[in-house]
Design a binder for this molecule. Structure first.
Ligand code: 16G
Length: 245
């Protein structure tokens, strides 16, 4: 993609013209979904405008969700996301959910470590102050599409070494015969803050679903306390309702 020189003709600020030019390039497929945008200085040179003008045009398109900035790797044309429909009545893992849809789940690790529990973790997981908790934070990706950010805390008793988890947390617990049989989940609406939006490739302020899950063993012991942030445009949660007795 190399925009031609922006002529002085027509009305309106230069950055608006450049923005329209870029939008048009995406619409007609000259810039394809997932393509990297050329560096700002090249666009400025081709279009014969200043870098400030280029930055403004790109900022607008990022805010609209047409382009996404990825820290350290540049600006890309956003991919349209395919929606995931998730049943709310089943206690399943992300890896299982995606496999069932024929998608490949993958994680980008943000943190993995063993810690002394925070007051919240002590209360929720029923831990004493001198115990340990494993914390696992990751970006959850399905078929190269980032869908959620997850921060899981697991009692150290059930997962003493978080580094063993490379793909599925639930599969790793299962290997240790730790089987959550019940979970309580809370879903609330939120708007994405800058850091999270950057990781998920959505504009700042985009709709998100904040989900907390506490899962329990048959004995009633809490195993996992997970806080996640799902892309609002990528998830539909579906529940079956039955009439009360
Ligand atoms: C799901 C769960 C999360 C659990 C994870 C395990 C929700 C909202 N959250 O993402 O609590 O830790 O699955 O997935 O559904 P894994 O076994 O693939 O690591």
């Amino acid at each position: 993609f190399s925009p031609e020189r922006l002529s002085g003709g027509g009305t309106g600020p230069l950055y608006v013209k450049l923005r329209r030019r870029l939008e048009e390039a995406v619409k007609v497929g000259r810039l394809k979904h997932g393509d990297a945008l050329p560096p700002e200085r090249d666009i400025a040179e081709f279009a014969a405008v200043s870098r400030v003008t280029v930055r403004k045009a790109i900022d607008d398109l990022v805010a609209e969700g047409i382009l996404v900035r990825r820290h350290g790797s540049g600006t890309f044309v956003a991919k349209p996301v395919s929606k995931v429909e998730q049943r709310l009545s089943q206690l399943t893992s992300f890896t299982e959910d995606m496999a069932r849809r024929g998608m490949t789940a993958r994680s980008e690790w943000l943190h993995k470590g063993i810690h002394t529990p925070s007051p919240d973790e002590m209360m929720i997981l029923g831990l004493a102050a001198d115990t340990r908790v494993s914390r696992l934070s990751r970006l959850r990706i399905a078929d190269d599409q980032p869908l959620a950010i997850e921060h899981a805390s697991v009692s150290g008793e059930f997962l003493p070494d978080p580094s063993v988890v490379t793909t599925s947390l639930y599969a790793e617990l299962e290997k240790r015969q730790v089987r959550p049989v019940r979970a309580v989940q809370r879903i609330s609406a939120t708007n994405m803050k800058e850091a999270d939006a950057g990781l998920l490739g959505v504009p700042v302020g985009a709709a998100g679903l904040s989900i907390e899950r506490i899962s329990y063993l048959g004995s009633g012991r809490a195993v996992e306390f997970t806080r996640s942030l799902y892309r609002g445009d990528a998830y539909d949660f579906v529940a079956e309702l039955t009439i009360g007795a």
